[in-house]
Write a protein that binds this ligand. Structure first.
Ligand SMILES: NC(=O)c1ccc[n+]([C@@H]2O[C@H](COP(=O)([O-])OP(=O)(O)OC[C@H]3O[C@@H](n4cnc5c(N)ncnc54)[C@H](O)[C@@H]3O)[C@@H](O)[C@H]2O)c1
Length: 327
């Protein structure tokens, strides 16, 4: 059978292998080109996946091929420019790694350009495709714990690193509500970077969702342990969910649910290609990534200004960049 879609990898580090395997598992995709500023990483990926064309910059790649599906697997500060270039070059879909970008202005430019170019934009918030988190979302929606009032999660990484997964998953579990206001803290005492963008050593956020649910986030080196562990307190029970399963207490006592955590990368690729073919919007489209970007930037803006930040957010950039200056 002739392969239908031509794919390209922009960025050939660790995560690009997961994207490449997902394309191959789909079966109807050929990875025809890759690019990386690091020649060694580029050559390794090309060899591993038998990719015939390698480039040191994305413009050369996009000029030389008609690519249908583009995976953006580079550092966060390059995501917006490379997504926009891919859409303008005629890609049918772009799967952009998290964080979507570093600022609401970039998020809007990505969404607008993709809309104008008829390019489907997906952000790799692939935990949405985990059946345990989907079960937790359904339980909350069905009222298994009454009205959710508090959701809490912690991780040892930076706000623009896995903070994006936390905020995205909180929104997913709660049915994707928007927020009224945010308070944040981000402590940067050293020249800490996440993939060459300034980041904090420790951070925290309090989000007031429009539904009345409050979210608490603890990030960075003050966090005692790692865990993608969401605790939700409701008016009639409580629920805890991780990648591995769901445990909840309702009026009947303790309950549990365990599903094999499927491969989010494979499933998000399948949903993206189905969207290109006229199927439903995937669980992680660009607009939902924009809502996450707004909350992450609001946490940073609150930390910068020392005050509560009301939404919708007005600032367009990355407040930590202004704070860090050249350091
Ligand atoms: N979805 C997930 O669960 C998940 C997991 C890990 C990483 N990520 C994200 O994936 C992205 C990459 O992370 P990684 O772990 O693969 O990092 P990495 O350092 O292993 O790889 C990044 C690659 O991008 C290349 N690169 C950087 N800027 C470039 C540019 N302008 N043009 C071309 N190539 C460029 C680097 O040389 C490197 O080879 C990040 O945004 C990260 O947050 C997502």
């Amino acid at each position: 059978m002739e392969t239908k879609y031509q794919a390209a990898l922009i960025g050939c580090g660790g995560i690009s292998y997961r994207h490449a395997r997902a394309y191959l598992e789909h079966g109807n995709v050929e990875i025809v080109a890759a690019c990386d500023i690091n020649e060694e990483n580029l050559n390794k990926v090309c060899e591993e996946f038998n990719i015939q064309a390698g480039y040191s910059d994305h413009e050369s790649l996009l000029n030389a091929h008609d690519i249908d599906l583009v995976s953006i697997c580079t550092y966060p500060k390059a995501h917006a420019e490379q997504t926009i270039a891919s859409a303008k070059a005629g890609a049918k879909a772009v799967l952009c790694e998290k964080p979507m970008c570093l600022g609401l202005g970039d998020a809007d430019d990505m969404i607008d350009t993709c809309r104008e170019s008829d390019t489907k934009l997906v952000i790799a918030h692939r935990h949405r495709q985990n059946p345990n988190f989907t079960k937790a979302r359904e339980l909350i929606e069905e009222g298994a714990i009454g009205e959710p009032r508090l959701i809490w999660c912690y991780l040892t990484s930076a706000i623009i690193d896995n903070g994006t997964h936390i905020v995205d998953m909180m929104r997913y579990l709660l049915g994707d509500p928007e927020a009224d206001w945010v308070m944040g803290h981000a402590s940067r005492q050293r020249d800490t970077l996440y993939q060459s963008s300034p980041a904090e050593e420790s951070g925290a956020g309090l989000i007031a969702f429009e539904t009345g649910t409050r979210a608490l986030i603890e990030m960075g080196e003050l966090t005692p342990q790692d865990g993608f562990n969401f605790c939700i307190l409701g008016t009639e029970g409580s629920l805890q969910t991780t990648i591995e399963g769901v445990d909840w207490f309702d009026k009947n006592g303790a309950n549990e649910f365990r599903a094999e955590p499927n491969q989010g990368f494979v499933e998000q690729t399948r949903e993206m290609i189905s969207w290109v073919e006229g199927g439903p919007e995937p669980r992680n489209p660009g607009e939902k990534g924009r809502s996450v970007t707004e909350l992450l930037m609001a946490i940073h803006e609150s930390a910068r200004s020392g005050s509560l930040v009301k939404l919708p957010l007005e600032i367009r950039g990355y407040p930590m960049k202004d704070r860090a200056g050249s350091g």
